[in-house]
Design a protein around this ligand. Structure first.
Ligand SMILES: C[S@@+](CC[C@H](N)C(=O)[O-])C[C@H]1O[C@@H](n2cnc3c(N)ncnc32)[C@H](O)[C@@H]1O
Length: 207
């Protein structure tokens, strides 16, 4: 199963089960292996279109859910949608107003790829940094985060940066990802909080 599935089989399975994309099975696999979501949690999904992670989240928690994407996608019942970039201060202010307590952030956000490997890796890791900055702004202390990243020369940089802000950080490759894919998920637990102070050396590295 998993990585042995062909694209068509997974796609057909997703459509048959009512999911908007095969990505649903990645989140299902992650949350079945890593306890990051609790039934009553409020969750934000970054880069959520077309919405299969939102569907899985709606099945998994009774708390509020907000999905943010650059692109419009058809709404999902019981989910609040914000169309815009999660890097936009107006979007961040909107999130704060709509969801005063954020327990979990998930991010499957991907940049548009150019086909140039090292350039694409740098852009993807930059997007990871943006997702972490968003989390630092809105995530509740002790909250959890799941973030898609990509293996490559810059991956250790973002992994270490996550370790500075969360007490527990692991990397996990999903079986449901396409064979040969470099995508890898960072599972970060127990956010240290916005007020947590990095020591001087770490701050120099940050900025
Ligand atoms: C792989 S798709 C997500 C699939 C989604 N998890 C699902 O299950 O349907 C990646 C998404 O990230 C979005 N994205 C990339 N950068 C973004 C940003 N700065 N703000 C919001 N969305 C972004 C893209 O528009 C794209 O829809």
């Amino acid at each position: 199963m998993g990585s042995q599935w062909t694209k068509d089989k997974v796609y057909i399975k997703a459509m048959r089960e009512g999911y908007r994309s095969r990505a649903a099975y990645k989140l299902k696999e992650i949350i079945s292996k890593h306890p990051v979501l609790w039934e009553s949690d409020n969750v934000i999904d970054l880069g959520c279109a077309p919405g299969s992670w939102l569907q899985v989240l709606r099945e998994s928690v009774s708390g509020d859910i907000i999905g943010i994407d650059l692109n419009y996608f058809p709404p999902i019942e019981g989910v609040t949608t914000i169309i815009g970039s999660f890097t936009d201060p107006v979007v961040i202010a909107n999130v704060r107003e709509k969801m005063p307590v954020v327990n979990v952030i998930v991010s499957d956000a991907s940049p548009k790829l150019s086909g140039h490997k090292s350039y694409d890796q740098a852009v993807a890791i930059g997007l990871n940094e943006d997702a972490l900055s968003f989390a630092i702004e809105v995530l509740k202390p002790s909250g959890n985060m799941i973030m898609k990243s990509f293996e490559g020369e810059d991956f250790p940089f973002i992994f270490k940066k996550m370790q500075k802000h969360f007490f527990s950080v692991k990397a996990y490759k999903t079986k449901a990802s396409r064979k040969g894919s470099t995508e890898i998920y960072i599972i970060a637990k127990k956010f240290k909080g916005k007020e947590f102070k990095l020591d001087d050396e770490e701050q120099e590295e940050e900025w």
